[in-house]
Design a protein. Sequence first.
Length: 641
Amino acid sequence: MLSTSVSVTSRLLSLKIYRGLGSIPAPLYYDSIIEPLGFPSNDNLHRSSNGVRVFDLLEGNGATALRCLYNMLLKECTVSKRVDQGKTVHAHVAKSLFRCEVVMNNTLLNMYAKCGSLEEARKVFDEMPQRDFVTWTTLISGYSQHGQPIDALVLFIQMLRDGFIPNEFTLSSVVKAAAAAEPRGCCGQQLHGFCLKCGYDLNVHVGSSLLDMYTRYGLMDDAQLVFDALESRNDVSWNVLIAGHARRCGTEKALEIFQRMLREGFRPSHFSYSSIFGACSSTGFLEQGKWVHAYMIKSGEKLVAFAGNTLIDMYAKSGSIHDARKIFDRLAKRDIVSWNSLLTAYAQHGFGREAVCLFEEMRKAEITPNEISFLSVLTACSHSGLLDEGWHYFELMKRDGIVPKAWHYVTIVDLLGRSGDLDRALRFIREMPIEPTAAIWKALLNACRMHKNVELGAYAAEHVFELDPDDPGPHVILYNIYASGGRWNDAARVRKKMKESGVKKEPACSWVEIENAIHMFVANDERHPQREEISRKWEEIYAKIKDLGYVPDTSHVVVHVDQQEREVNLQYHSEKTALAFALLNTPPGSTIHIKKNIRVCGDCHSAIKLVSKVVEREIIVRDTNRFHHFRDGTCSCGDYW
DNA sequence: TAGGGCTCCT
């Protein structure tokens, strides 16, 4: 028996499994193999990078050493997700005296499950002569962690039928599966009842899973109840609650829980920071986000990619593209998401040249761009009108073996549309190997609006209405195309159709953040306490920009009323009111940040360009698509958005 | 030998 084991060990070594696994540190050999066998500590052993010397020492107890070796190799394969090498170890285990051992098979099953090789894991499970509750739990968590929640739930029911008793490990995985399996079903609540009956509902692991499940269902009060009842809390339970509120745009609540977490003496991790920064960026709470960033620096937390990437996104989405770059430069170690975050930021701000430079820098650093990197650089090219560069990267992407997805095609249609070559854009749509999506037709529709092509615009709009009938945006764009061409009958028809189909234009609103407070404005707002001052300020600005040649473009008023009334209507658009308010309440010379829930209107765009010149200030407007940097009478979008 | 939180995307 002994000689067989040793010979398997030698064969493993001769198969270069050890070497193929890379650097298993020598102390690990000592801790896992040598010490349990009672060998004395040996400095040479610690320093040795050559496993052979270690195994020379093991000949005295082959079976135990071999079990340790298999466990250690499988652990290494699991951690480094090297399933191919795991299969080689599996082949040896299958021929060994351990092949029927439950624990050894559980380890193998775990290796496959963790690597996401669920078919292999299932095969091990099915072929096991004996199973225990760990066997069931391991496969359930494998399914749960790798996007097969229904399989996890089915297996859980089978487990119960076979008479196995689940424990806190099983339940935390199965609750996670329930949260992913259905948007808001009763299955999760039934499971909660089951956990309660088993006495696991207050356990920190099961409780955190339940808490997460309720936040995903949107049942925040239930989540809070679970959290309050937990018998103990750790950083994960706090982070789950913070992340839950952050995901649901409950930024203020997320910040409040974060502060409570600090008060109760828990140290935030990069998960906490990442959730907070993500929440601040999606809702535009820049000042609060900066405060948390400052706290992070003060507490000595290192800027790792995980939180740093969200911070890049936060600064970029708040309009501070230069701060986003600073964070990127300070990251000790960057991953692909770091590069993509900054690329995306440049794309959203219309910094096409910078995006192209960064993309090249990335390739020089031997980082392989993925489909998001290409999407970002293509979007940046289209937002800056870099037609040739855009084509170049589209071809490069295909050469690199990345199959373009619908959103890549959108950017190319946008790029061609922007250049004014609408026929080529249409030809491109007809020749693409995928079925055009609503977004692709929307890109063409938008180009038709820009270049005032009524016929093609109507054609593109028909496709959009068919594929995405509920989006009010395209109806408004088609209305504007007809209106700006003076075709009021057609425009009225679009309006009638909107009414009949129940599609409602989203009410426009703009907001500014001044000294930690968000001020929101809607068109013709009569209720604002400073409305008279705002109105006077705008009239003053209006007179100045008129002197510079501003002519109100009344085609942007989506109501067919007389010319004078249309001009008046235009002057009370929410972005103009927000701008007047910001001018009244911020120091001269400072940058003004405005956010809008829909696309900036064309007339406001022309007006804000001139305002930036008149007041000599930079004005940054974020709408649903992108950022506009207005400075000295021009906009970074080059009037195409 | 098994568990919970995970950033970038038209």
